[in-house]
Write a protein that binds this ligand. Structure first.
Ligand code: ADP
Length: 304
């Protein structure tokens, strides 16, 4: 059982031969909607592997909120602790993609996600305490994450904190409440102010995060896989060599899979290796949730 605290967004992706100038209207070539938000993505990934997942989140009373709920339910996620508020709108991310370069411009309006509160976490106490693993990210207010991490740690539940998107300052309490602190390279650079270009630099930066109180750090390193650093262990798990077509959501595929394997009792290194494999599958097809595999798509030995 996994409990995820986190954001739901609707991605609205328009494609054009170039990005529009200020004040310009430009004909687009294609449009696509996609379900996103790191909380929703990680919950969907874990559920597709077979976990029982509860998502604690907040949506607006609008069409995107209705579609989001339907998508989460279609993925078998427990939505009893998702609140619908009339005080804001469902998180939305209009994305422009320049087809000639692949560059994009994004406005994320987090809306109802910013209203997810410590009270909402308290209302979800029963599912937090019933979980094997609690997962949170940094798209929701920090106070909300801290409330969830405190509840989980008091109940002896394992916690994974994915500090994404990162800001420079994260209070030490968030590190101390993280059994597994799981940032990517750029988040690690933001949090530590250190470069993370080589494995040696990654280990040095991870030790800074351990020094702030995290029990274990797992850095995701894109095509180089992931790196576990604890006070007495360093383990690099390379990613399989694949042809990446769209890496959006790779981090969410990794974190959702990691939570699943840890909830099942796999060792950290075994869980990392499997999460690498699944995230590497996700980068080989376009989209975010649409690129996440289900248990039935995977070789049985990966899940055994
Ligand atoms: P984010 O999506 O947050 O930037 P990363 O880029 O670190 O996160 O990717 C997360 C995980 O996805 C990596 O640890 C790795 O397992 C997998 N991954 C990402 N990019 C690739 C790639 N090009 N080839 C193989 N695996 C990849």
């Amino acid at each position: 059982k996994i409990c995820v605290i986190g954001a739901c967004n609707m991605d609205l992706i328009s494609y054009a031969p170039r990005l529009p100038k200020l004040g310009e209207t430009l004909p687009g070539t294609r449009f696509q909607m996609g379900f996103g938000g790191k909380g929703a993505n990680q919950a969907v990934m874990a559920a597709r592997l077979g976990a029982q997942v509860s998502l604690v989140a907040k949506l607006g009373q609008d069409l995107f909120g209705e579609n989001t709920l339907a998508n989460l339910r279609a993925n078998g996620i427990d939505t009893r602790f998702i609140q619908v508020t009339d005080e804001s709108f469902t998180g939305v991310a209009p994305i422009w993609v320049d087809e000639s370069t692949g560059n994009n411009a994004i406005i994320v309006a987090l809306g109802a996600n910013e209203l997810l509160s410590p009270q909402d976490v308290a209302a979800a106490q029963e599912v937090i305490e019933a979980a094997d693993v609690l997962v949170c990210q940094w798209e929701c207010p920090l106070e909300t994450n801290l409330a969830a991490l405190r509840l989980a740690s008091q109940a002896g539940i394992r916690t994974i904190f994915n500090p994404a998107p990162a800001r420079e300052h994260l209070p030490d309490e968030a590190y101390r409440l993280s059994d597994i602190f799981c940032p990517n390279e750029s988040e690690t650079e933001t949090l530590t102010g250190l470069p993370v270009s080589t494995l040696e630099q990654a280990e040095t930066a991870a030790r800074v995060l351990l020094g702030r109180g995290a029990a274990r750090v797992i850095l995701t390193l894109g095509e180089r896989g992931s790196l576990l650093v604890t006070p007495d262990q360093v383990h690099h798990e390379p990613a399989p060599a694949v042809k990446a077509v769209d890496t959006t959501g790779a981090g969410d595929a990794f974190v959702g899979s990691l939570a699943y394997f840890i909830a099942r009792g796999f060792s950290l290194t075994a869980a990392m290796a499997r999460a690498n494999q699944i995230a590497a599958i996700s980068v080989q097809s376009p989209g975010t949730q649409s690129s996440f595999p289900s248990a039935a798509d995977l070789p049985p030995e990966l899940l055994a």
